[in-house]
Design a protein around this ligand. Structure first.
Ligand SMILES: *Cc1c(COP(=O)(O)O)cnc(C)c1O
Length: 388
């Protein structure tokens, strides 16, 4: 029998922390317990009907049945540029500073292949979306985590990284509004990141997937590209997934520095063939006419957020009130590690949350609640947590 060994890059992946939870979940469900899953960061609300209708119309047209352009239709890139202008007052050249993505995860995963050589240092603000370090390692990069701490409002302490480390750094991954901590960035923070990037020749990758899920019109999350000088050093990843409840559609974009956008495009040219054009046409319509619907989604998330935060506080579980994202990041009660708390909660109440250490070591001592079930179920979940 031939024997096939996995490549080292796969064999050396960190153990899948959620495997144990998945196993426990099946065990608990098998006992007939009603499981409430607050573990998944995937909107439960459907995509607005007008976007589905646009897909249907576009799917009927034979010209959309052929290979799309790997960088995206110019009309899609123009719609992205126009949306960035309206939303962030950021000017983008749709031909050079925008590339379409088969979901932003695809672009994030491919980006290091364009700019990271084996041995290059990559910094990741952590706890983090797991794709940043994994994709960087796949490209041969050396990954170093910069912890996000409560006392720094979950922003990385840039002064704690010495000049020699910055000099060695090729890419710095940040993500605001942040998954999992729900923290948002300030203009001052982005300004400092951009200043360091200029000084030490560092590529800034900012993941902006949650900028539209905010709770207060006066605290709208910002784009790093609003920062003077950002376009010389940064690429920002964005997506229709969380904004318009379109995670299954696979439609995203990367915008910003033309060299960084072109480098990513070069990888894509060689590995994929772009997004189904009918999806891009529906994406254009979403970007142009989606805002009234997004407003409604925000109101729904806000009600859910308030239910969760209030209930957690009543039972002395400490958390911040998020300004954005679909998550509440809470401290595990005294005496429990993240995994212990999450397992106990699942076994004794059927409520699934995500252990903070699943997002990196600095997530230890926390758990993440996703606001992706309706208010009644959330109330039920929190009432069960309180009985623990
Ligand atoms: C959900 C999410 C994305 C979006 O992924 P898509 O591939 O665009 O669906 C990107 N970054 C983070 C941190 C996320 O949580």
């Amino acid at each position: 029998m031939p024997e096939f060994k996995l490549a080292d890059r796969i064999a050396s992946l960190p153990p899948y922390l959620f495997a144990e939870i998945d196993r426990l979940k099946s065990e608990v469900a098998a006992q007939g317990v009603d499981i409430i899953s607050l573990g998944i960061g995937d909107p439960d609300l459907p995509t607005p009907q007008f976007i589905i209708d646009a897909l249907y119309e576009a799917a009927k047209r034979p010209e959309n049945h052929q290979y799309p352009s790997y960088v995206g239709m110019l009309t899609f890139r123009e719609a992205v540029a126009k949306w960035y202008k309206q939303r962030f007052n950021v000017d983008l050249d749709p031909k050079k500073e925008v590339v379409s993505l088969i979901g932003s995860k695809e672009g994030i995963a491919h980006f290091p292949l364009a700019f990271v050589n084996p041995g290059d240092l990559v910094l990741v603000a952590s706890p983090n979306y797991p794709v940043y370090p994994v994709a960087s390692s796949f490209a041969g990069g050396e990954v170093k985590m910069i912890p996000l701490l409560d006392e720094n409002d979950f922003l990385p302490d840039l002064d704690a990284v010495d000049a020699a480390t910055w000099d060695k750094t090729k890419v710095f991954f940040i993500n605001y509004p942040n998954n999992p901590t729900a923290a948002t960035a300030t203009p001052e923070f982005f300004a400092k990141v951009v200043e360091i990037a200029h000084k030490h020749n560092v590529i800034i990758v900012q993941d902006a997937a949650y900028t539209e899920v905010y709770y207060d019109e006066n605290k709208k999350p910002i784009s790093i590209l609003e920062t003077p000088g950002a376009k010389e050093v940064a690429i920002e990843f964005h997506s229709l997934s969380k904004t318009y409840n379109m995670t299954g559609w696979r439609c995203g974009m990367a915008v910003g520095n033309a060299t960084l956008v072109a480098g990513l495009g070069k990888v894509k040219e060689n590995v994929d063939s772009g997004i189904f054009q009918a999806v891009q046409e529906a994406g254009i319509v979403a970007l142009q006419h989606g805002e009234p619907y997004v407003k409604e989604f925000r109101a729904i998330y806000k009600e859910r957020r308030d239910v969760v935060v209030e209930a957690l506080r009543k039972i002395n579980i400490s958390c911040r009130v998020p300004d954005a994202s679909i998550f509440v990041w809470a401290r595990t009660p005294e005496g429990y590690t993240s995994s212990e708390f999450v397992s106990k909660l699942l076994k004794e109440t059927g409520v699934v949350v995500t252990p903070g250490n699943g997002f990196g070591d600095s997530g230890e001592g926390y758990f993440r609640i996703s606001l992706t079930v309706d208010t009644e179920r959330l109330k039920e979940a929190v009432s069960r947590i309180s009985q623990l």
